[in-house]
Design a protein around this ligand. Structure first.
Ligand code: ATP
Ligand code: MG
Length: 390
C-alpha cells in the first residue's frame, strides 16, 4: 500500500493574483527539504501539496516531521493512496485504518470528491467507508457529532486518499513572501522566538549577533549559532553576522555616565544593524523586545533606541508576557539552549541604576562624548559571517 504526505495550504488560498508566486516559493521550500530527506516527488493540486516517496525505504517519518515545519501549511497528514474506484477505496480503508484508529473509541468519516464523475456522492461514500472500518474494527462506535477521530476520504484528480488524524501545520505564509529582515539575535529566550514569529509571517532572515570578547566568550557565540541552526529548521538558511562591540563598550565605560551604558549600547547596535541591513538587503530590523520587560524596554527607552535606526524595527513580542514567549521557545526547541548561562554583551558593564525614563537629549549629550562615527567604522571592520543550516 502506498502512503503519501498531504499538506493543506493556509492563507495562500486568499492571495488572489499573488497566489502563483507564493505557491512557487512554498514548493521550493518543500522540495529543498525533500531533497535532504531522500527521494520524494512533490506535486500540488487544489490547494494541497502531495509529497510522495519514490523509493521503497524512504524515511517518510522524517519527511512528515519536516512538512510540519513548513510555513504556509495549516494541516499535514499521512494518507494511503487508493485507485478511484469504490472497491479499491474500501479495500485500502480496511487495510490502512486499523493502525491509525487504534486506541480510539469513536470515529466518523468525511468523504469529499473534487472529481464529480466519481459514482458515489460524498455522504454515500462516507457511509460505505464507515461500514468497511466497522467490519474490521467492530468495537469502534460511529459518532457523527463529537467523534474522537475523523477519517477523511478525498477523491481527487489523480487518486483517492484516505487518512485519519490530520495535524496542524506550522501556519503562516511561506518564508520569503514577506520580504527580508535582519534579526538581532542574542543568546536569550526572546530573540529566537521573535525571529520565528516574523519568519512565520513570510520574512526571510539574516541574523546579527553582537559580542564583546573577552567580556563575552567564544562559547556564547557558539550558543547563538546553535540557536540560529535550530531556527533554520523552520526559517531556512540563516546567515549569522557577528560584530564586536568590545572597544565601543570600553570607550563608554571610560567616558560616559554609567546610568546610560545600556541605552548608548543599544543605539550603537541599531546603527550597526542598519548598516548590516543595507548590506544584506533587509528592509526592517527584528528584535525580541517586550514592553516593560527590562529597563531598556520601557516606552521611553524604546523611543531613544528607535531614534538611532533608519528603518522599521519589528518587535513581534512587544505585547507578550514572558510566560507566553517561553511556551513558543519550548515548542520550537530553542528554550534549552537559550537558558545556558553565558554572558551577553548587554550584561557587560551593566549600570546599577539604568535610566528607565530616559530623555533623548540627555542620551545624545552622553553620546557626544564619544567619537561615534569612528567607533562604528572600527566595529564594522570586525564583522564576519557564519551560515546556519539545518
Ligand atoms: P533576549 O532574550 O532576546 O536576549 P532580553 O530580554 O535579554 O532579550 P535585551 O537583552 O534587552 O532583552 O535585548 C533586547 C533585544 O535586543 C533582544 O531580543 C535582541 O533582539 C537584541 N539584542 C540584545 N543583545 C543582543 C546581542 N548581543 N546581539 C544581537 N542582538 C541583541
Ligand atoms: Mg538578552
Amino acid at each position: 500500500m502506498k502512503e503519501v504526505i498531504l499538506c493543506k495550504y493556509g492563507e495562500i488560498i486568499l492571495k488572489g493574483a499573488n497566489k502563483a508566486q507564493f505557491e512557487s516559493i512554498l514548493l521550493k521550500d518543500v522540495r529543498r527539504r525533500a531533497a535532504r530527506v531522500g527521494n520524494f516527488s512533490v506535486s500540488y493540486a487544489q490547494s494541497t501539496v502531495c509529497i510522495e516517496p519514490m523509493g521503497e525505504d524512504e524515511d517518510i517519518e522524517e519527511m512528515y516531521r519536516q512538512a510540519k515545519h513548513v510555513f504556509g501549511f495549516v494541516g499535514v497528514t499521512r494518507a494511503a493512496v487508493a485507485e478511484k474506484t469504490v472497491e479499491d477505496i474500501l479495500r485500502v480503508a480496511a487495510e490502512y485504518l486499523p493502525e491509525r484508529l487504534a486506541g480510539y473509541k469513536s470515529f466518523r468519516v468525511e468523504a469529499k470528491r473534487s472529481d464529480k464523475r466519481f459514482p458515489l456522492k460524498s455522504p454515500e461514500l462516507s457511509a460505505e467507508v464507515g461500514g468497511a472500518v466497522l467490519s474490521v474494527m467492530p468495537r469502534l462506535k460511529v459518532d457523527l457529532t463529537t467523534p474522537e477521530i475523523t477519517v477523511r476520504v478525498e477523491v481527487r484528480d489523480r487518486a483517492a486518499y484516505i487518512h485519519a488524524g490530520q495535524e496542524r501545520g506550522a501556519g503562516g505564509i511561506p518564508v520569503g513572501c514577506g520580504g527580508h529582515g535582519l534579526l538581532l539575535l542574542s543568546g536569550g529566550i526572546d530573540s529566537p522566538v521573535a525571529g520565528y514569529r516574523m519568519a512565520r509571517r513570510g520574512l526571510a532572515l539574516d541574523a546579527l549577533y553582537f559580542e564583546s570578547i573577552p567580556y563575552t566568550s567564544e562559547m556564547a557565540r557558539e550558543k547563538v549559532f546553535t540557536l540560529a541552526k535550530i531556527m533554520s529548521e523552520y526559517c531556512g538558511k540563516i546567515r549569522m553576522h557577528v560584530i564586536s562591540l568590545t572597544h565601543i563598550q570600553e570607550e563608554m565605560r571610560d567616558k560616559c555616565d554609567e546610568d546610560y551604558f545600556t541605552l548608548l549600547l543599544r543605539r550603537f547596535m541599531m546603527k550597526l544593524a542598519c548598516r548590516m541591513a543595507d548590506q544584506c538587503g533587509a528592509t526592517a530590523l527584528v528584535t525580541g523586545e517586550s514592553l516593560g520587560q527590562v529597563a531598556s524596554q520601557t516606552l521611553a527607552a524604546i523611543r531613544v533606541t528607535e531614534d538611532a535606526a533608519d528603518r522599521p524595527i519589528l518587535r513581534p513580542l512587544i505585547g507578550m508576557d514572558k510566560e507566553e514567549i517561553v511556551v513558543t521557545a519550548r515548542e520550537i526547541g530553542t528554550f534549552e539552549t537559550s537558558i545556558l548561562p553565558y554572558e551577553d554583551c548587554c550584561t557587560v558593564f551593566t549600570p546599577r541604576h539604568p535610566r528607565t525614563q530616559p530623555v533623548l537629549e540627555k542620551v545624545l549629550e552622553q553620546e557626544a562624548k564619544l567619537d561615534v562615527d569612528a567607533l562604528i567604522e572600527e566595529a564594522w571592520l570586525t564583522r564576519n559571517t557564519l551560515v546556519a543550516e539545518p
